[in-house]
Design a protein around this ligand. Structure first.
Ligand code: AMP
Ligand code: FE
Ligand code: FE
Ligand code: ZN
Length: 282
């Protein structure tokens, strides 16, 4: 069983349509794929309709959060009811603020001399939840920078960078509570991704566990070996299952689908906690 529990499509900042993503997943030899676009379930239907024989789709989302120390983090939610009103409204708030903040970042880029436009960023984002990778793509197209990685530096869009603007993020404890209240299960995405900015303390992870966290993503491209060992110890102490996943974004990142995978027993232990919607098998 090859299980990849964290991927992105054009419903957020990935480059593959949901239908193409599930086809690729089967071609790549995956048995289970979770679709976890940023703050949206917008890709669920297309992925479900295109689901190839033998592939299981876990419907999810990756929620933009902030902890009590003011540190941004990502919370994966799986198998929640997309119609549950409180959590649906919370995701909508984040998406609406993503638009305001992307416009503001474009204005900052323009003020810094970059010849990009909001109209073009909207075209690049298409029907996906707009984010920094879309603004970054516009910067590359305009020849301002050579590649997307250069956009995520202090010169441009990295947290605290010259053109960075913060967005509304949900208090992490609230996100865990809402995911669960909608029948889902919450897994902390790449808690030790230190290249992106400050990472949360162990105390934050322990507090989230006390508030109903259902698992911790350990095997991830942004985690070095020491970080993985530390998170594995922490998870064991908290009696939480651990996952591995690719965080695939299509051509926007170099990460191959199935780069990391989750063990079947951990997969079962996580999905057993959820009942909002069921995994779908094609
Ligand atoms: P946003 O959600 O709009 O704040 O944008 C964050 C997204 O940018 C993440 O989900 C990643 O997909 C992407 N990202 C973050 N750091 C990098 C990086 N160094 N290179 C390329 N993409 C990145
Ligand atoms: Fe992303
Ligand atoms: Fe993430
Ligand atoms: Zn992700």
């Amino acid at each position: 069983m090859r299980i990849d529990l964290h991927t992105h499509s054009t419903a957020s900042d990935g480059t593959d349509r949901p239908a193409d993503l599930v086809r690729l997943a089967r071609e790549t030899g995956l048995d289970v794929i979770a679709l976890t676009d940023h703050d949206t379930t917008g890709g669920w239907r297309e992925a479900a309709e295109a689901l190839p024989d033998g592939l299981t789709l876990v419907r999810g989302a990756e929620i933009s959060c902030i902890d009590d120390d003011g540190i941004s983090l990502h919370m994966l939610g799986y198998l929640f009811d997309p119609e549950e009103p409180e959590f649906a409204r919370a995701r909508e708030l984040v998406r609406t603020d993503r638009v305001r903040r992307a416009r503001a970042m474009v204005e900052r880029c323009v003020a810094l001399g970059a010849p990009i436009t909001w109209e073009r960023v909207v075209e690049i984002a298409g029907d996906g939840a707009v984010g920094r990778p879309h603004v970054a793509t516009a910067l590359v197209e305009a020849g301002v920078i050579d590649d997307l990685a250069e956009a995520f530096t202090p010169d441009w869009l990295k947290d605290g960078g010259r053109a960075f603007v913060a967005k509304y993020e949900i208090a992490a404890v609230e996100a865990v509570r809402m995911i669960r209240a909608a029948g889902g299960v919450a897994v902390f995405a790449h808690p030790g991704a230190s290249k992106r900015g400050r990472t949360v303390s162990d105390a934050t992870i322990e507090s989230l566990a006390a508030h109903g966290l259902g698992g911790i993503e350990v095997d991830h491209f942004d985690h070095d070996d020491d970080t993985r060992a530390h998170l594995r110890d922490l998870a064991r102490g908290l009696d939480l299952p651990t996952t591995g996943s690719s965080d695939y974004h299509g051509s926007r990142k170099i990460l191959a689908l199935g780069l990391h995978t989750t063990a079947p027993d951990a997969y079962e232990a996580i999905m057993d906690q959820a009942h909002g919607v069921a995994p779908l098998t094609g």
